[in-house]
Design a protein around this ligand. Structure first.
Ligand code: KIV
Length: 265
């Protein structure tokens, strides 16, 4: 039996809230990035359906399939030794009945080493969350801006309906979710939701009063051309990669690469 891994468990993740330990979460879709994030001590890695936009070049997350997400989750799961790994249920796997949601989430847990799923939805998805939790599948909710509903919501907009968001958050918790993402919610409302819940809230565009934060890795690394306003750029990898590529091209043109140091005699 392989017991070498010591990953953060779902109950430990929930306890972070009581301990006042703020949670950092980032997305990863590939082995190398997941390993770097894990070794940096990030508490949770999300194999998000943003893979559709970041990795596949689509303009929404809607085209991502269950097979796509399992492909990436299996790779990320193999890289991680420490972080909790959460995988998005892609559109519309959890919207066509509880059996479909359990079958899809079941495939994710069986075919990858990841420990939990995330699904977009509030009170409207409480029944499905409860069914997944009864099947032994840990669920992270996702309320506020729900990118899979971009067409219904009329774009990627800040969500301000306090009554709706509070009732979504409480319904998700009541259904058994172990945590909930709050996306594009005003700071004060995110704080109110965070105080009302026993489970950790993970904010993205929701201010600094949530129990944790999540960002899309390529956004915070400066690879995305025009990221949303809430993204802080922690590096400028776009420039670093572009400079390296044009430097390499110039040296190939001039014959400076490969030099004797990088050749066999
Ligand atoms: O798919 C994703 O990356 C997400 C985050 C934006 C929270 O759901």
């Amino acid at each position: 039996m392989n017991r070498v891994k010591r990953q953060i468990t779902v109950p430990e993740f929930v306890c972070f809230k009581q301990q006042g330990h703020r949670i950092s979460m980032l997305t990863a879709y590939d082995y190398m990035s997941a390993k770097i994030l894990d070794e940096a001590g990030i508490e949770a890695i999300l194999v998000g359906d943003t893979v559709g936009m970041v990795f596949q070049g689509h303009d929404t997350t809607l085209p991502v399939t269950l097979d796509d997400i399992i492909y990436h989750a299996e790779i990320v799961g193999r890289a991680v030794n420490h972080a909790l790994v959460v995988v998005d249920l892609p559109f519309p796997t959890h919207l066509v009945g509880d059996q479909s949601a359990i079958a899809s989430a079941g495939r994710i847990l069986k075919e990858t080493r990841c420990q939990a799923v995330k699904l977009e939805g509030g009170a409207d998805q409480a029944g499905t969350i409860a069914a997944l939790v009864s099947a032994g599948i840990p669920v992270m909710g996702h309320i506020g801006l729900r990118p899979q509903s971009v067409h219904t919501m009329g774009g990627y907009k800040v969500q301000r309906d306090e009554e709706q968001l509070l009732s979504d958050a409480l319904a998700v918790q009541q259904a058994g979710a172990f945590s909930v993402v709050l996306e594009c919610v005003p700071v004060e409302l995110a704080e109110k939701i965070t105080q009302a819940l026993e489970i950790p809230t993970i904010g993205i565009g929701a201010g600094n009063q949530c129990d944790g934060q999540v960002l899309v890795l390529t956004d915070m690394l400066g690879l995305t051309k025009e990221p949303p306003r809430f993204v802080k750029k922690y590096a400028d990898l776009h420039k670093i990669i572009a400079d390296a590529a044009s430097h390499y091209r110039n040296e190939v043109q001039t014959g400076d690469f490969p030099d004797s140091e990088h050749s066999y005699q």
